[in-house]
Design a protein. Structure first.
Length: 217
């Protein structure tokens, strides 16, 4: 019975991934995510369906590697800073939750079979004691791939609640920043973009240094 249930979950997860990949390929064929201006024009052309389409694009991003920042900036340009941030955040959370659920149902049972009982206990202990903080730190660093964090978290013993609060809180600063920048992004000078990148990298390096210092203590 257990083997049959696992096979059913694997089949459902595979079907879902194939459908989402096909949807992403279809979206990419229109060049929607190739540029900020292209994404903005596409969202405006959808009219009342633009919100649903933007959310769908963020969901698909959790399975396909295209720059979600383009969608976030376009949302800020079309809907303004507040609603642009809300739409982007909701789409990102739905996508992260769906990928987390699929990998947990499909991937983790296979990984657990490959780990020894001692390794499983160590992973569970780490997930309970440090998983939430590690997940939050990964979300706060834009250089860490959003999709990979979803998949890695699902393979551990991190609870659904921990995954949701750490993801929701961790992606909020960048989501708000991109939405605020969205209205003026096309007019921003290159020097301002370089300053934003420099500050982001500096914050990441400081966070890594702090974590390394705590680990050594």
């Amino acid at each position: 019975m257990a083997t049959r249930n696992l096979a059913s979950r694997i089949a459902l997860a595979a079907i879902a991934i194939v459908v989402l990949a096909a949807l992403g390929a279809w979206i990419a064929s229109f060049g929607i995510v190739d540029s900020i201006q292209g994404a903005q024009d596409a969202i405006r052309s959808w009219g009342a369906w633009g919100i649903a389409a933007s959310i769908a694009l963020m969901v698909v991003h959790s399975f396909l590697p295209f720059p979600s920042e383009v969608i976030a900036l376009a949302n800020g340009m079309v809907y303004g800073p507040l609603w642009g941030a809300v739409i982007t955040w909701v789409g990102a959370m739905l996508g992260a939750s769906l990928s987390f659920a699929l990998v947990r149902a499909f991937g983790r049972p296979l990984v657990m079979k490959l780990l020894s009982p001692a390794s499983q206990r160590a992973l569970e202990h780490w997930s309970v004691r440090q998983g939430g903080r590690a997940l939050l730190a990964a979300r706060l660093m834009p250089v860490v791939a959003f999709n990979l964090v979803n998949y890695a978290a699902a393979l551990t013993h991190i609870s659904w609640w921990t995954f949701l609060w750490a993801t929701g809180l961790g992606i909020l600063p960048l989501t708000i920043l991109l939405s605020v920048l969205g209205e003026n992004v096309l007019d921003m000078p290159a020097s301002l973009w370089l300053a934003i990148v420099a500050v982001t990298l500096l914050a990441w390096l400081l966070l890594r240094h702090r974590r390394g210092t705590r680990a050594s203590d």
